[in-house]
Design a protein around this ligand. Structure first.
Ligand code: HEM
Length: 194
């Protein structure tokens, strides 16, 4: 009997030789690289909670979806009105971007972080321009029982025609003040395997 209750908000990104997503590009944007991989699976729960449970050569990153920290009510209304769900049939491209922010970010108070995130960096205002073409899900890693190498796992999917727009979005966010606090970032681009 499985006595471990599973958090329905927990997701595992399992990289290895199997999975519905074929890796097309791996790029270390900032900091230490991640091990190369061929396939990616996005799974509910934590199917491989120990290193020993992972298939040879595989790695796993875990995160939980959560309540919003930064959005105001009007911003939330705009997001709800514009956002698309993950997994649309035409969304055959996806990108996993794990991100870690530095101690200076985490030492700030909520209002100081919000000022950088939105008032000065316009994260949500910029992002909204790319909805509904890009669908997204944010996972938090800091409050899990086991230490994880990143603070956030960000996951996006879109149709091939929207890939250039996604690159523009990345460039705009990475040029912002918020990104000065990012000390590790990785990009894993995938496409749905035939
Ligand atoms: C597709 C358009 C996007 C929209 C509409 C969007 C919107 C948002 C919003 C509203 C939040 C705050 C959630 C909260 O209140 O807690 C957020 C957080 C975040 N987003 Fe985006 N985003 C987009 C794209 C991206 C991209 C492309 C990346 C990565 C390169 C990214 C990385 C993050 C990270 C790391 C956080 C967590 C920030 C923190 O809590 O410190 N976002 N995003």
């Amino acid at each position: 009997m499985d006595s471990q209750p599973t958090n329905p908000r927990l997701f595992t990104f399992l990289a290895g030789r199997e999975g519905p997503w074929a890796v097309t590009e791996l790029r270390t944007v900032t900091g230490e690289p991640l091990q190369r991989t061929e396939r990616l699976a996005v799974l509910p729960g934590d199917p491989a909670p120990t290193t020993e449970a992972l298939p040879a050569g595989a790695w796993a990153l875990r995160g939980v979806t959560s309540n919003e920290r930064y959005v105001t009510r009007p911003e939330k209304q705009q997001l709800l009105a514009s956002q698309a769900p993950l997994g649309r049939p035409e969304a055959t491209r996806a990108v996993l971007i794990p991100i870690r922010k530095n101690p200076a970010w985490w030492a700030m108070t909520q209002d100081e972080r919000r000022a950088i995130f939105e008032e000065r960096s316009r994260h949500n205002a910029i992002g909204l321009r790319y909805l509904p073409a890009v669908a997204r899900r944010l996972h938090h890693c800091r409050d899990l029982a086991h230490a994880e190498p990143f603070d956030f796992l960000t996951w996006f999917d879109f149709a091939p025609r929207d890939a250039p727009a996604f690159d523009d979005l990345l460039a705009a966010l990475r040029a912002s003040e918020e990104w000065r606090y990012v000390d590790r970032e990785f990009e894993l681009r995938v496409e749905r395997a035939g």
